[in-house]
Design a binder for this molecule. Structure first.
Ligand code: HEC
Ligand code: HEC
Ligand code: HEC
Ligand code: HEC
Ligand code: HEC
Ligand code: HEC
Ligand code: HEC
Ligand code: HEC
Ligand code: HEC
Ligand code: HEC
Ligand code: HEC
Length: 487
């Protein structure tokens, strides 16, 4: 019966509206629910076709556009009022058939200008217009004929679904290679290991999905300064959620990461001085694997940039001790988000010392800390004394260029020694700092001797001046005597 009707419709395009209505009456109610009996004759006729010609009409009944009274012809052109196939789908009357590529964008942009305007400037939109190849258009993300409000759980761009939508292309290595072999295809794999990924696959849509970090219509190449994940923009992108105490309430984790980071040595370097070598959130947490670094991985994270400190820490007594107690390596002393510029006050037993966080007064640890601090203090005193002496000698016109060179070496020793602290080993520490004492001793001696030389020379000069004066005076009287004798 159904087939018979279809045959009539297909073979006799020119059937009257009345005839169609009668025929529709004969179609079982399951095919045409009341909702879908519509004034849209494109829909009505297509519902009784087969396969790929029927499917759009079936899907369309749940589409937001259908619900807003928009007809098939709003996108495809043609005359939706006509029940005559040839009239309805008449190209001369604007019927465009199946739109492709750019045409799709053009159709959607008629009613969604904002989205379109952002999209054409995006990495996806740019790739479209570049060489005419269509990579991504509105329907690759939103679907066709079953577009629903974006907040609906079944929307292709909502929560968990957006991850599937993006990775449908981005995890497809052979597909991505044809467009840009330079882009990695491991985002999904990594994302699955992140707290974001794990939670979203358990139905928590508040965590970050691909679009929360990259945007939706305005996605940019990650090296584009306008990208939300451009190195200097990452902290504020993460902070949109992580700094919002209300949004994060149910998770019971701190929401001060950005505040602390902003005024940390890293935050100041990146955000204020524009030093892109300083880490943004993702350099420590991973681009897609965002999770709090595990105890063992923190050293590795910091070690990617501070290799020497890491190596020394690995050989320190803290390495095993921290691991056993589940203490976070570098972060145990330096913290994680609020890392500040270091100073010698961070060692010893003063208020700002890191060591007093864990070591009490009787500990070997604190004793070592106090010794190290006192050595540094006395080296600094020696350095001051040596440079005072060298300066003084220089002011007196003595040649002290050798000793001056040595005081540059002192700077190097201080840098090394402050590094060597990470061994937490007194022997290694004294080995390093003794070099400093040797240099300052030498400089002090040079300074002292130059000053001594200066005075020796001055006394010598004084004595010889007196002698010369005496000789001159003697000569004078001698000459006077001779002159008197002549007269
Ligand atoms: C009376 C039935 C009937 C009406 C009314 C009708 N169509 Fe069709 N349509 C068909 C049939 C049958 C086909 C299958 C291919 C063909 O014969 O061109 C088709 C094909 C199509 C195609 C695919 C074209 C292609 O190039 O493959 C589109 C798109 C389409 N119709 C959209 C519409 C739209 C939009 C309207 C309303 C403005 C409409 N149709 C009205 C019967 C109809
Ligand atoms: C919101 C815009 C929009 C509306 C409304 C719309 N379509 Fe489409 N349709 C498209 C786009 C875009 C494509 C082409 C997608 C592609 O393949 O890239 C398409 C493709 C089709 C195709 C070809 C399918 C195929 O597999 O080749 C048919 C047939 C079709 N539409 C019929 C209809 C009918 C019938 C209606 C109304 C019930 C309708 N469309 C409503 C946008 C729309
Ligand atoms: C790369 C995937 C992607 C592409 C391509 C895309 N969108 Fe979207 N779109 C999204 C996401 C994601 C959302 C937001 C979902 C949310 O807010 O939860 C969205 C939201 C929307 C909305 C709802 C209002 C809004 O702006 O939030 C409209 C309308 C829309 N898109 C239309 C379009 C049109 C038109 C195009 C083509 C010019 C397009 N989209 C291309 C992913 C995409
Ligand atoms: C004739 C105008 C028109 C055309 C053409 C059109 N749309 Fe829409 N679209 C609408 C209207 C009206 C709504 C409902 C808006 C609302 O509820 O606020 C809508 C809603 C949407 C939504 C859901 C927005 C939300 O707030 O959740 C998406 C996504 C969307 N359209 C995508 C598309 C895409 C993709 C195309 C092209 C294939 C397209 N539209 C073509 C008019 C249009
Ligand atoms: C928590 C934020 C976040 C989430 C969620 C996220 N990304 Fe990223 N994405 C980033 C950051 C940060 C970068 C790296 C930027 C850089 O290299 O400077 C990046 C880089 C990329 C790149 C470029 C990679 C390359 O090799 O050039 C692609 C493609 C990408 N992401 C896609 C995705 C997809 C798909 C998803 C969803 C599975 C996703 N992202 C989820 C933050 C995120
Ligand atoms: C239809 C396939 C497709 C879909 C769906 C898609 N993309 Fe893409 N995307 C691409 C292709 C192809 C490129 C490479 C464009 C180029 O480099 O010319 C790209 C580029 C990107 C880039 C820039 C990478 C870089 O080199 O910096 C990011 C970021 C990105 N996409 C994120 C997303 C996100 C997030 C989604 C989902 C909201 C998404 N994409 C959906 C195909 C897709
Ligand atoms: C859309 C909001 C959103 C964005 C954007 C976002 N996150 Fe998250 N993130 C969350 C939520 C919600 C959790 C779940 C908290 C939990 O489980 O403790 C989470 C969890 C985390 C965790 C694990 C915390 C823990 O101890 O469980 C880390 C680390 C993290 N995010 C880092 C980042 C970084 C880095 C960025 C930026 C590159 C980022 N997030 C962007 C919402 C977001
Ligand atoms: C220098 C490396 C580093 C940078 C930069 C960094 N983090 Fe962290 N982050 C860590 C470490 C280490 C932990 C784990 C601390 C712990 O568990 O004791 C952590 C923990 C977290 C957590 C878990 C909750 C918490 O506060 O303990 C979140 C969420 C988080 N970071 C987000 C961010 C965001 C957002 C940024 C950027 C504004 C950022 N992180 C920058 C190293 C870093
Ligand atoms: C992406 C590279 C990078 C990573 C990862 C990194 N840092 Fe840094 N760090 C820097 C740079 C660059 C500076 C210098 C900033 C400035 O002062 O201009 C710096 C400065 C510092 C300083 C201050 C040094 C001083 O002279 O006072 C400390 C302490 C520090 N980082 C500790 C850490 C710790 C602990 C971690 C891991 C939790 C870490 N960093 C991760 C690059 C990094
Ligand atoms: C036991 C505490 C402690 C641990 C653990 C620790 N540090 Fe330090 N770190 C210090 C102290 C104290 C200073 C300051 C030394 C000074 O200025 O006298 C310092 C200085 C630094 C500096 C600046 C001086 C320099 O070497 O350039 C960097 C960078 C640094 N630490 C990185 C790290 C990294 C990376 C780790 C983990 C591998 C780490 N620290 C682990 C105590 C610690
Ligand atoms: C987060 C806690 C913590 C901090 C901070 C800390 N230590 Fe330790 N330290 C330990 C633990 C635990 C041990 C293992 C032996 C013990 O229990 O005393 C240890 C051992 C040592 C040892 C070896 C002691 C021995 O018995 O051989 C030295 C030396 C030491 N620490 C020096 C320092 C110095 C110097 C600082 C400050 C720059 C410091 N520690 C900061 C926890 C810490």
């Amino acid at each position: 019966m159904d087939n018979f009707i279809k045959k009539i419709i297909i073979n006799h395009g020119h059937i009257s509206y009345l005839c169609l209505t009668v025929l529709l009456f004969l179609i079982p109610a399951s095919i045409l629910s009341q909702e879908t009996v519509s004034k849209d004759n494109c829909l009505n006729c297509h519902l009784i076709l087969d396969g790929k010609f029927k499917q759009p009409a079936v899907l369309f009944s749940s589409d937001i556009h259908f619900k807003k009274g928009i007809t098939c012809s709003a996108c495809h052109g043609g005359d939706s009022k006509s029940d005559d196939q040839d009239k309805a789908m008449n190209k001369a009357a604007g019927f465009i058939g199946i739109p492709h590529g750019q045409q799709v964008l053009k159709i959607c942009s008629k009613c969604h200008a904002n989205e379109f305007n952002n999209f054409v400037k995006s990495v996806h939109g740019q790739s479209n217009t570049g060489n005419g190849t269509i990579i991504n258009n509105c329907v690759t993300c939103h679907g066709i004929h079953n577009i629903v409000p974006v907040k609906s759980p079944s929307s292709k761009v909502n929560g968990l679904n957006i991850v599937k939508t993006c990775t449908g292309c981005h995890s497809n290595a052979s597909y991505m290679r044809t467009y840009n072999p330079g882009i990695s295809v491991d985002q999904l794999e990594k994302y699955k290991t992140s707290v974001h990924g794990q939670r979203i696959f358990n139905g928590d849509s508040k965590v970050a999905n691909c679009a929360s970090c990259h945007g939706n219509h305005d996605i940019k190449n990650v090296k584009d300064p306008q990208s939300r994940v451009y190195v200097t923009n990452v902290p504020s992108t993460c902070n949109k959620c992580h700094g919002d105490a209300n949004y994060m309430k149910e998770y019971n984790i701190p929401t001060d990461q950005y505040e602390k980071y902003k005024s940390s040595v890293h935050g100041i370097a990146l955000l204020e001085k524009g030093d892109k070598n300083a880490p943004s959130c993702n350099k420590c947490h991973g681009d897609h694997g965002a999770a709090p670094p595990e105890v063992e991985s923190i050293t590795k994270v910091c070690g990617t940039c501070h290799a020497l400190n890491e190596q020394m820490f690995q050989e320190s007594p803290h390495k095993d001790a921290f691991q056993k107690k589940n203490i976070h390596d570098c972060a145990a002393c330096h913290s994680n988000h609020g890392i500040s510029k270091t100073s010698d006050e961070m060692i010893g037993n003063g208020e700002k010392s890191f060591c007093i966080k864990c070591h009490a007064n009787q500990d070997k640890g604190i004793q070592v800390a106090i010794t190290m601090k006192s050595y540094i203090d006395s080296l600094l005193k020696e350095v001051n004394l040596a440079s005072y002496l060298i300066n003084k000698a220089e002011q007196k016109g003595m040649d002290v260029s050798d000793a001056k060179f040595d005081s540059n070496d002192i700077k190097k020793v201080l840098i090394t020694t402050r590094n060597v602290i990470h061994y937490s080993n007194l022997e290694k520490f004294t080995g390093s700092i003794n070099e400093g004492f040797n240099i300052t001793n030498k400089a002090k001696i040079t300074g002292e001797e130059s000053i001594k030389d200066y005075y020796v020379r001055r006394i010598g000069l004084g004595v010889s001046t007196i002698l010369i004066t005496i000789i001159c005076v003697a000569l004078y009287f001698k000459l006077r005597k001779i002159e008197k004798k002549r007269t």
